[in-house]
Design a protein around this ligand. Structure first.
Ligand SMILES: Cc1cc2nc3c(=O)[nH]c(=O)nc-3n(C[C@H](O)[C@H](O)[C@H](O)COP(=O)(O)OP(=O)(O)OC[C@H]3O[C@@H](n4cnc5c(N)ncnc54)[C@H](O)[C@@H]3O)c2cc1C
Length: 342
């Protein structure tokens, strides 16, 4: 049976494993963190559940394949956030959005559930807490040094964000000119850095929107959302805001202590909402995403050449769009490609 190693249990890696579920293959997914889902990440504190990476999944794929999967096989616990997304500009003026009422899906237990659902549906061994430290091409096999051991595989799928993929390729023991082309291609993908700040308040103000997005990209804040609009996330009467400062503000303040970042984000939020109660949160959590969102895709022609060497890629940066549905689709397509070649 063909052995397949997938590096990364974000939605792309798990979707690749899912697409291979009926194949005559032995699939192992290696994930360096203790949880699956990658940037579809959820935290819990007190009785609150809050999404600290991606906020929701949109119904946005052209042929509906991802939406179909989400609403059937992965649907257990899926919920829609019904309130709309409004906009604000550099002057802090808030306006109604474009009336887009398509679903904004998350799970009652948070978006990380998407990773759990994919892992459950895939017929693969998922090894969390198992970083792939390096790999080598030996004869016709891939050899991997993983945390606490080693492994071999006939096929290798890389799904970490492009900078990490470039780093892994750069230190791989693989004597082929294609390797340096792949390093260059992955290194060329530009990324935005983002901070995600969760601010909890013991009280709540009724507002007509779920979130505000900065439309002119000229404000210190890029995004504010109200987790209480997501069914099951925040106890009645409390409020939990997710504040994502702009990429520039995030970069400038990235290395500051958490409490300083939280105060900075809360101050700007209170000003924007014109709500003095929002200065005083009762607890906060700060999550740092150095490689948050790719701003472009990688050169597909170079990536495709690697298939001759039993090496494949998947992820939002392969799709060229920093979105869950794009990453999921990329994983499905990579899994399909491998399955057809078996
Ligand atoms: C703050 C923020 C807000 C966002 N908002 C939205 C949104 O509202 N809607 C939306 O659709 N998208 C949003 N996104 C984007 C979305 O989260 C990503 O596009 C998507 O999750 C990418 O999935 P992926 O599988 O390609 O990569 P990842 O989720 O990054 O998965 C890669 C996995 O590889 C693992 N890994 C890395 N190196 C190794 C190694 N050496 N060994 C083993 N494992 C390794 C990582 O730990 C990770 O789990 C947001 C992202 C961020 C950061």
């Amino acid at each position: 049976m063909t052995s397949i190693a997938v590096v990364g249990a974000g939605v792309a890696g798990l979707a690749a494993a899912y697409a291979l579920r009926d194949a005559d293959a032995d699939v192992t997914v290696y994930e360096r963190r203790d949880t699956v889902g990658g940037r579809a990440a959820t935290h819990r504190r007190d009785e609150c559940v809050f999404d600290v990476g991606a906020n929701y999944v949109k119904e946005a794929d052209e042929d509906g394949r991802v939406s179909e999967l989400l609403t059937t096989e992965l649907a257990d616990g899926l919920v829609d956030t019904e309130e709309p997304v409004w906009t604000f500009n550099a002057d802090g003026e808030i306006s109604e959005g474009r009336g887009d009422d398509s679903p904004k899906w998350t799970y009652r237990e948070g978006l990380a559930t998407l990773g759990d659902r994919l892992a459950d549906a895939a017929d693969a061994e998922v090894r969390t807490g198992t970083e792939v430290e390096t790999f080598a091409r030996e004869d016709d096999e891939w050899w991997l040094r993983v945390r606490g051991g080693e492994a071999t595989a006939d096929r290798l799928v890389l799904t970490p964000p492009a900078p990490t993929t470039a780093y892994l390729l750069d230190r791989a023991d693989w004597d082929d000119p294609l390797c340096s082309d792949l390093v260059e291609t992955a290194s060329d993908v530009p990324y935005r850095t983002l901070l995600s700040v969760a601010l909890h308040y013991p009280d709540r103000t009724d507002l007509p929107y779920y979130a505000l997005v900065n439309a002119d990209k000229d404000h210190d804040l890029g995004w504010i959302s109200r987790e209480e609009c997501k069914p099951g996330h925040v106890p009645e009467g409390e409020s939990l805001l997710i504040v994502q400062p702009s990429p520039e503000w995030s970069r400038q303040h990235y290395d500051e202590p958490d409490d300083q970042i939280a105060i900075g984000a809360a101050d700007r939020t209170a000003e924007l909402l014109d709500d003095a109660d929002r200065y005083q949160f009762d607890w906060a959590e700060v999550v740092r995403w150095r490689d948050a969102l790719p701003d472009a895709g990688a050169d597909a022609d170079v990536l495709e050449r690697a298939a001759d060497q039993a090496l494949y890629f998947a992820g939002d940066w392969v799709a060229g769009e920093g979105r869950i549905h794009a990453a999921l689709r990329s994983g499905l397509e990579t899994g399909d490609e491998i399955r057809k070649s078996l």
